[in-house]
Design a protein around this ligand. Structure first.
Ligand code: CO8
Length: 257
């Protein structure tokens, strides 16, 4: 599929999905979201790819959902549009996704960064849920993921005032993994993605699965889930290879089996 709003590139085992709608600060219209989910699902099935980086440009990761597409919509149309079904599909991507954020990550843009598994930010990044300023509220997970990431009182401040967090604040509150000068944010995210894609693919997959499980289960259920994934890895050839390579003092050769 040729994309109108995305540029997808591959570098060995890492894919970079760049949102490319710069004139409107990468506002996420519905066609763009259809493309984004299509691209991510294809990369998820691509056995050559171990990790996916989602990015925008220096000025904006994404300034939110496209407001022009929502202004005159009523609740019934919203209901039947069912646009968040696409977000549910993104949540089910099994490969790790890293958001490389520079500039604005607002509203749906902040939610997109947060649906990724890690966030590398440039010093100029600004995160926020400014929906309150246009009379609505986050709809793609903002109230839930932001609260889990930075805690109740800070999340309340962000969603109720619409104020943006600077990159340093976002780092301080635990929303982002690292903050780097603007010229390095994409390189840094890609380098992290290469590191992850050099690990045993089945273990990576089950690890992501287990960490995400912790968001919707009790500690008891989560520990049980972790344990089963741990046992399952002993059915993989990569477990044998990894442990054998350790005792033979050589680098393991992963097969993803
Ligand atoms: N939608 C549509 N167009 C946008 C958006 C947007 N979210 N953000 C910016 N633009 C457009 C502007 O209209 C402008 O277009 P034009 O040049 O034709 O006038 C262009 O991008 C440049 O923007 P500005 O001139 O405003 O640039 P500034 O540097 O002055 O300001 C801001 C940058 C602060 C980011 C400002 O543009 C802004 O406040 N944007 C809106 C941010 C916002 O409210 N986002 C939340 C949207 S609601 C939402 O995301 C709900 C999520 C629901 C689920 C997601 C489903 C996909």
């Amino acid at each position: 599929m040729e994309y109108k709003y995305l540029i997808v590139t591959k570098d060995v085992h890492v894919a970079v999905v760049q949102i490319n709608r710069p004139k409107v600060l990468n506002a996420l219209n519905m066609d763009l979201m259809v493309e984004l989910v299509d691209a991510l699902e294809k990369l998820d099935r691509d056995r050559d790819i171990g990790c996916i980086v989602v990015t925008g440009n220096e000025r904006a990761f994404a300034a939110g959902a496209d407001i022009n597409e929502m202004t005159d919509v009523d609740a019934m149309e919203m209901l039947y549009r069912d646009q968040f079904a696409r977000w549910d599909r993104m949540r089910k991507i099994k490969k790790p996704m890293i958001a490389a954020v520079s500039g604005f990550a607002l509203g749906g843009g902040c939610e997109l960064a947060m649906i990724c598994d890690m966030i590398v930010a440039s010093e100029t990044a600004k995160f926020g849920q400014p929906e309150i300023n246009i009379g609505v509220m986050p709809g793609a997970g903002g109230t839930q993921r932001l609260t889990r990431a930075i805690g109740k009182v800070k999340a309340m401040e962000v969603v109720l005032t619409g104020r943006m967090l600077t990159a340093d604040e976002a780092f301080h509150y635990g929303l982002v993994n690292k903050v780097v000068p603007v010229e390095y944010y994409l390189r840094e995210a890609v380098s992290l993605a290469h590191e992850i894609s050099s690990k045993a693919p089945v273990a990576v997959r089950l690890l992501k699965d287990a960490v995400l499980k912790s968001f919707d289960t009790s500690i008891e259920g989560g520990l049980e889930f972790e344990r089963k994934n741990f046992y399952l890895l002993f059915a993989s050839r990569d477990q044998k290879e990894g442990m054998k390579a350790f005792t033979e003092k050589r680098k393991p050769e992963w097969k993803g089996r």
